[in-house]
Design a protein around this ligand. Structure first.
Ligand SMILES: NC(=O)c1ccc[n+]([C@@H]2O[C@H](COP(=O)([O-])OP(=O)(O)OC[C@H]3O[C@@H](n4cnc5c(N)ncnc54)[C@H](O)[C@@H]3O)[C@@H](O)[C@H]2O)c1
Length: 393
């Protein structure tokens, strides 16, 4: 059981890039939590890491999840391994915070959320960009009606990656061990924000296209685009890439009364404009004489924002665990299904060459993935380990 005021965390995949990040945050103890134990199959790394943090370690998931001094587990392995870690944790009666994306297939993602609910555990997902003050502010502005009715969300992002990146760990950019590439690894933060701003669901339908422009070090997508619509009628356009370079990940939220632009995956509130009249009212009431007229666009001051807190996801997760109140979570594991469906919908649509309705058919998805694995081209790269102790950013 949790000590009254602190959640004791164990981490699975602790010695990896993001595992190190979680260990670092938890060891600072700036919230109602502490780092209790580490688990990684890389024995040398986890031993060194445990020495650094002064906590016990294991190479076995079952050992970590059955420890009495672990209340909650962070799952920081590669995404196809998230279900194994999450299900082992909840079966052992632990609460669980998983890395993004939830999993590598819709069937696995749905199974994880069901297992968390069945065992009545607290389940969160580490979409830390939701903790950005600009994201919180933009969502407040949308919900309070300051943008009018939301018509469309446009999101882009270049998350350039070298062959060296793909060499790390051996699982990246492979259909079998990652279940995809750009869409499933680099795009999810932006896609999660698009779903969040649209209203908190996955799209109803979409048309997607993905390709590999030049990464011989990856079997999977390095460039992808999609258009579609959410169940409430909000349209979206996305274009993501690890091949192009030189822009700042952008989200534009177009309402009938104004537009918000966020850059850097929600880290920067870049622009807010208001229209002197709602665009729909204007369209129906303007009587001429200018055929090109539209409501005047007024540049508004950028809202003043507090400093961001990189441990907000951990703090809110720990509060939810301590109070057994899921509503305290900043991002629930179930929220992770929105972007998961979107990612998988784009893969399936691009593969089939036609529009797909969401949620995607798990059977069709599994068939597609089996085919992509079977026909995957060999990757031209070495397998390397990241520098020991390196932290994801
Ligand atoms: N939220 C973010 O911004 C963010 C950033 C980076 C990575 N991630 C996510 O985190 C996950 C891991 O990515 P990474 O870049 O840290 O990968 P990584 O390869 O650096 O780390 C994975 C770690 O898991 C360990 N591992 C593998 N199988 C294991 C098992 N059965 N039991 C215990 N440990 C095991 C590996 O030895 C490795 O140390 C991915 O799902 C990725 O999408 C999220």
């Amino acid at each position: 059981m949790a000590k009254k005021d602190k959640v004791r965390f164990g981490i699975i995949g602790s010695a990896g890039l993001i595992g190190n990040y979680h260990a670092d945050i938890l060891s600072k103890g700036e919230g109602p939590y502490e780092l209790s134990a580490l688990c990684d199959i890389d024995e040398q790394r986890v031993r060194n890491q445990a020495n650094k943090f002064g906590v016990p370690w294991t190479t076995k998931v079952e050992e970590l999840v059955s420890r009495d001094d672990v209340d909650a587990v962070i799952v920081a392995t590669a995404h196809p391994l998230h279900p194994e870690g999450v299900i082992a944790a909840v079966e052992a009666g632990k609460d669980v915070l998983t890395e993004k994306p939830l999993a590598s297939t819709p069937a696995d993602a749905r199974k994880m959320v069901k297992a968390i609910n069945r065992k009545r555990r607290i389940g969160g997902i580490h979409y830390q960009n939701r903790a950005q003050p600009a994201v919180i502010k933009a969502k407040e502005m949308i919900d309070s009606g300051q943008l009018g009715k939301i018509l469309c969300i446009r999101a882009t992002g270049s998350f350039y990656k070298s062959d060296y990146y793909y060499s790390l760990g051996g699982w990246r950019g492979t259909w079998k061990n990652e279940g995809g590439g750009l869409l499933i690894n680099q795009a999810p933060h932006q896609l999660d924000l698009v779903c969040y701003f649209a209203g908190g669901f996955h799209p109803a339908e979409l048309v997607g296209r993905w390709t590999n422009l030049y990464h011989q070090s990856s079997q999977t997508d390095d460039f992808a685009s999609a258009v579609g619509v959410f169940p409430n009628g909000v349209e979206f356009v996305i274009q993501m890439s690890v091949a192009t370079h030189g822009d700042r990940a952008r989200i534009e939220i177009f309402g009938t009364s104004g537009v918000i632009t966020l850059l850097d995956q929600g880290a920067t509130f870049a622009r807010y404009v208001r229209f002197e009249k709602d665009v729909i009212d204007f369209a129906h009431t303007y009587g001429g004489p200018d055929p090109w007229a539209g409501p005047e666009v007024k540049e508004m001051p950028i809202p003043e924002l507090p400093k961001g807190d990189p441990s907000l996801i951990h703090k809110r997760f720990a509060e939810a665990v301590l109070t057994r109140d899921k509503s305290k979570l900043l991002v629930s594991a179930a929220d992770g299904l929105w972007s998961m469906e979107m990612i998988c919908g784009i893969y399936l649509s691009g593969y089939l060459g036609k529009k797909v309705k969401l949620p995607v058919s798990a059977a069709k998805y599994d068939k597609m993935l089996a085919d992509l694995i079977e026909h995957a081209r060999p990757v031209q790269r070495e397998v390397r380990k990241p520098e020991e102790g390196m932290i994801a950013r």
